[in-house]
Design a protein. Structure first.
Length: 176
C-alpha cells in the first residue's frame, strides 16, 4: 500500500518526536523473520517501554535530522526495524539482544547513544546499563556504605573494650 504525502508527514513527525525524547536507538535488519516473530518482538517492545517501528529509510532519515540520532543517517539502508529507548538508555539494546539470542535472523546494524554512533558490537555494553531503578539502588548503596562503616566502627570501640575487660576477668579467675 503506497503512502500519500500526508501519511508520510505523519510518520516522520511521530518518529521525530520519539527520536527527540529517546535515550538510545538500535537499528536491526529483520530480513528472514516471520510475521509471528515480528509480532512477538513488538509485544516484548511494548512491555519493556521501547518504541519499535519499521519505516522506510528515506522517512527515517528525515525524522532523525536535528536529533541525537542524526549520526545514524548514513547507515539506514536495507530492511531495518528501529528501536528507541524511551524509559532508560539500555532498554532497546536489552530487547534486541535478548530477541536476537533466540532469532538469529535479527542482525544489529546500528547502535546510537548520546549523539554518538557505536559499533554493533557495543550492543552488549549498552544492554548492560542498569535500569533507572537499578541505578538509583546502586547510588543509594554507595551513599549508605560510609554511614554503615562509620556506625560499625563507632560500635566496635565499646565492643572491643568489653571483650578486653572480659578477657582480663577470665584471666584473673583462671589464676585464682
Amino acid at each position: 500500500m503506497a503512502l500519500n504525502l500526508d501519511d508520510k508527514k505523519v510518520i516522520v513527525s511521530e518518529l521525530a518526536a520519539v527520536a527527540a525524547s529517546a535515550h538510545s536507538a538500535v537499528a536491526a535488519e529483520y530480513r528472514g523473520l516471520t510475521v509471528a516473530q515480528m509480532t512477538e518482538l513488538r509485544k516484548q517492545a511494548r512491555a519493556s517501554g521501547v518504541y519499535l517501528r519499521v519505516v522506510k529509510n528515506s522517512l527515517a532519515r528525515r525524522a532523525v535530522e536535528g536529533t541525537d540520532f542524526e549520526c545514524m543517517q548514513q547507515g539506514l539502508v536495507g530492511p531495518l526495524v528501529l528501536a528507541f529507548s524511551e524509559e532508560d538508555p539500555g532498554s532497546a539494546a536489552r530487547l534486541v539482544k535478548s530477541f536476537a539470542k533466540t532469532n538469529d535472523k535479527l542482525q544489529v546494524k546500528l547502535v546510537s547513544f548520546g549523539g554518538q554512533m557505536l559499533g554493533a558490537g557495543d550492543l552488549d555494553r549498552l544492554a548492560s546499563l542498569p535500569t533507572r531503578d537499578g541505578a538509583i539502588s546502586l547510588l543509594m548503596a554507595v551513599m549508605k556504605a560510609p554511614l554503615d562503616k562509620f556506625a560499625r566502627t563507632v560500635n566496635e570501640v565499646p565492643g572491643k573494650l568489653v571483650r578486653t575487660v572480659a578477657a582480663i576477668r577470665d584471666q584473673k579467675q583462671a589464676a585464682a
